[in-house]
Design a binder for this molecule. Sequence first.
Ligand code: ATP
Length: 279
Amino acid sequence: MIHIEQLQKSYGKVKAVNGIDLRVEAGELFAFLGPNGAGKTTTIRILTGLTRIGSGRVRIGGHDIVATPREAKRQCGLVPQHINLDSELSVRENLEIHGRLFGMETPYRRRKIRELLEYVELLDRIDTLIKQLSGGLKRRLMIARALMHEPRVLFLDEPTVGLDPAIRRRIWSLIKRVQQDGTTIFLTTHYIEEAEFLAGRVAFLDQGRIVALDSPQILMASLGEWAVDRMNGEGIETRYFATREEAAGFTSSQDCGVTLRRVNLEDAFLHLTGKKVVS
Ligand code: ATP
């Protein structure tokens, strides 16, 4: 569904995207994970036709984004990082504008608006002004808007940034439902647990390059199953073990405070990039 070959994009001396090769299959939920400035937004903007490609080749649903930009763009629904709804208009009016932009006929557009608002549980807010909605409701509406023209791929750029944990989980179940209903999802995030929970495959991005790409389970298993954190003079040092017994053996040999826990995706990220993902 998404086919990227040797994608590059520079801003002056900054190589925002530095040679990405990637294939995302139809129906996948794929996540780009990386620290601020890693190149996640630039990649999504290129794939969805908002930023000009530097060099390389990208096809979306078989359509080349340079040779056939309209067809490629038609395959894509985008939920950008920053809320860009028209705050003086109502929920219905925001969806109306999007439907018209994509040339949707009036009866179909109206039916689709009601259907999608029901899907994201916002039908009772259809005439509410955007400025009266909470952040979580705005995010759900942005997902509905991106789905209006029935794209084959939904791009989500940091879909839960700034939301509290309960609302974040609601957005996660919505994203899972969209995937189960047949849409391919390409997501960027710097919340590791979001990628771990949602994605079938994850790419770790660092300085415009993919430094690792696999399922969260395989990336974590490359370290072992158990981790022990130990404070030393410089900070927290983590050791990894294949079995709980080995980890417990190490723990009991220590005379200072240690914590035994399961390996998570953050461990794999830190190990592979040497960096913490922080907002
Ligand atoms: P964040 O999590 O902060 O959104 P990101 O991984 O999405 O980060 P990008 O926004 O793609 O990263 O930025 C990658 C690099 O390109 C950064 O060094 C950024 O400063 C630079 N960059 C991005 N857009 C522009 C632009 N329009 N002009 C100049 N530099 C840019």
